[in-house]
Design a protein around this ligand. Structure first.
Ligand code: MN
Ligand code: MN
Ligand code: MN
Length: 198
């Protein structure tokens, strides 16, 4: 189960202000390319299952993720999540030939086939995300700038076992720093699917 605090930042100015405030704990930045797949009969989306292939910094690393139904409430997201690393070159071929992804033969893909009955995949496209990582009070904060064709979203995420407490600490910090924010009400994938900026 992945549990994370998800706070939406109002705009580019809020994002820049927060990045500046977090600078003492700066660790790294990753350019993430995210691509999504569904069954040709919507076998995944009808079960609210998300299949994602993510590339890091073009071809440094690639990861396949299967997320189950996410519950996002009051800025806290909870979803079953399983991940597997995959060779970036092999993963690039999945767009033109999604059958190669489905027939990968790994526990993650075999499990997905048996739990959803999917027999053929289609690539839905995707979006790019710039993720800056910061150490903050013993937590790893992920500051995201997500680019869609129809606009840009700014979000702060942090995985934690104590989401309610961390959410309070983060909100206090953001308010102190004058960073306009709200609870995220939709995932990046949901915004991608609906072509929204919620
Ligand atoms: Mn995760
Ligand atoms: Mn997330
Ligand atoms: Mn995450």
């Amino acid at each position: 189960m992945e549990v994370e605090v998800k706070l939406r930042l109002a705009d580019a100015a809020a994002h820049a202000k927060l990045a500046a405030a977090l600078q003492p704990g700066y660790k790294t930045t990753h350019q993430q390319e995210n691509f999504f797949f569904d069954g040709t009969g919507q076998e995944l989306s009808s079960r609210r299952v998300v299949l994602r292939v993510r590339f890091y910094d073009v071809d440094k690393k690639a990861v396949i993720t299967v997320k189950g139904k996410q519950v996002l409430q009051d800025g806290i997201g909870r979803a079953p999540e399983e991940e597997e690393a995959v060779g970036p070159a092999a993963a690039r071929a999945f767009f033109t030939n999604p059958a190669q992804l489905l027939s990968l033969g790994t526990p993650l893909l075999e499990g997905l086939k048996s739990s959803t009955g999917v027999t053929e995949l289609v690539c839905l496209g995707g979006f790019n995300n710039t993720r800056q990582e910061f150490e903050w009070g013993g937590h790893l904060l992920e500051l995201d700038e997500t680019k869609f064709e129809w606009g840009t979203l700014y979000e702060l995420e942090c995985e934690t076992a104590e989401p309610e407490r961390l959410r309070g600490e983060l909100e206090e910090f953001l308010t102190q720093q004058g960073v306009a924010h709200s609870y995220s009400t939709a995932s990046k994938f949901a915004n991608f699917k609906k072509r929204t900026l919620e």
